[in-house]
Design a protein around this ligand. Structure first.
Ligand SMILES: Cc1ncc(COP(=O)(O)O)c(C=O)c1O
Length: 396
């Protein structure tokens, strides 16, 4: 069979292989503590579910405009604009089936083959996959461990920026859980303006925070006209499987993204969009979701403190932890972090991703890291699972 040549350049989320290994271990009768997938095991708020049912009963089951229904575009413009202190109108909003399509449509709209694209490493793996698939030049920029978490290697970013036409920036960050300081974000914006870069600001976790407030790079001087914001309902409203999000973009870019919508999926499901209007009208159902995630974060951080050879920052945002396990790996006699992950699953049932699921390690990276997602596991199971991990590492 002869498949399209470009498929050789299409990547995937290798984290799904971790799911398969965990499922296999569970199928053999073992207890698994799932920290590997960034899905949420909490219910979508009732008012949103009811709005969807109403919309179906009212017959909102046909095609609708490619860029989204007017009430949702208006509500999103108001919500995203107010939260970020930027001027948006409905014309800036192009509704999508989830946040992820904004990544590919940003690249399809603004990148020509051979263009350099800066993107975070470690980072969400779909960036690199889509850059390669559409023939761009992948320019990963590094995050490094700091006293309080992780930060961007700005020297490296400054060095790479002249080769780039696009920049992908994910603040608040998956998998690191970190966020930029004001200075770091200002420097990224300065580089974007200096080198005339288009910016994808992936704000999937903008509202997933337990303290402080989020800033969008789109609100910095010179940025509004060169930034496409990725917004999603997936995390805030526990709606990962509903597939609802949008691009907030300068109108000329948004119009092209809407044209891609027409070619790709025609429109986002009408009754799901109607439910999105209700989510924004009464977002109070997101509060217990965030409160539960905070309980889980605290349970995880407390339990991790008892694992020998593991250090972990406490991020105020996202639902990810990215502990440094260099000494724990050595202690268990594992060859590397991949072997450590397999051994941890088999000895303790704790399942997690490693740094390698989020882009190739850059030359000279000295430490081993794992990523724990606490969105799909209860606080009780978090304490129990990590307790087993601590006992296993302690005994080695
Ligand atoms: C950084 C980042 N961007 C985008 C997405 C995609 O979100 P959605 O599920 O809304 O497509 C995710 C999902 O995990 C993510 O972590």
């Amino acid at each position: 069979m002869q498949l399209a040549e470009r498929l050789g350049r299409l990547g995937t989320e290798t984290a799904f292989a971790v799911s398969a290994a965990a499922a296999d271990w569970a199928a053999r009768g073992n207890r698994v503590y799932p920290f590997h997938l960034g899905d949420i095991d909490l219910a979508t708020p009732a008012n949103i579910v009811e709005a969807m049912n109403r919309a179906i009963a009212e017959g909102k089951t046909g095609y609708c405009p490619a860029a989204g229904i007017a009430p949702l575009r208006e509500a999103l413009a108001a919500d995203i604009g107010t939260a970020r202190g930027i001027e948006l109108s409905a014309a800036n909003i192009v509704v999508q089936p989830g946040g992820k399509p904004v990544i590919t449509k940003f690249i399809q709209t603004l990148m020509n083959p051979g263009d350099g694209v800066l993107y975070p490493n470690p980072g969400y793996p779909i960036y690199e996959s889509q850059i390669d698939y559409f023939g761009g030049r992948a320019l990963p920029y590094r995050y490094h461990e700091t006293a309080s978490g992780f930060g961007i290697d700005l020297d490296q970013l400054r060095e790479l920026a002249p080769q780039a036409r696009l920049l992908i920036y994910n603040n608040l960050q998956n998998p690191l859980g970190c966020e930029s300081s004001a200075d770091e974000m200002a420097e990224i914006a300065r580089l974007a303006v200096e080198h005339d870069l288009w910016v994808l600001s992936d704000e999937a976790y903008f509202e997933m925070r337990y303290a402080g407030s989020s800033t969008s790079i789109a609100s910095l001087p010179g940025m509004a006209d060169r930034t496409v914001i990725l917004y999603t309902f997936s995390k805030k409203f526990a709606m990962t499987g509903w597939r609802l999000g949008c691009a907030a973009a300068p109108v000329a870019v948004g119009d092209q993204i809407a044209k891609i919508n027409t070619n790709d999926e025609s429109c986002t499901t009408h009754f799901v969009q109607a439910a999105g209007v209700e989510a924004l009208r009464d977002p109070s159902g997101s509060e217990p979701i965030l409160a539960e995630l905070l309980r889980r974060r605290d349970a995880a951080v407390t339990a991790l403190a008892a694992v020998p050879g593991l250090t972990c920052a406490t991020p105020d945002a996202t639902f990810y932890l990215f502990p440094n396990v260099t000494e724990a790996v050595a202690r268990t006699g594992c060859e590397g972090v991949a072997e450590f992950a397999t051994a941890a699953l088999h000895h303790t049932g704790v399942s997690f991703c490693t740094r390698h699921h989020f882009g190739s390690a850059q030359p000279g990276e000295p430490a081993h890291y794992i990523r724990l997602a606490y969105s799909g596991i209860s606080a009780t199971d978090i304490a129990e699972g990590i307790g087993r991990l601590a006992d296993w590492v302690s005994a080695r």
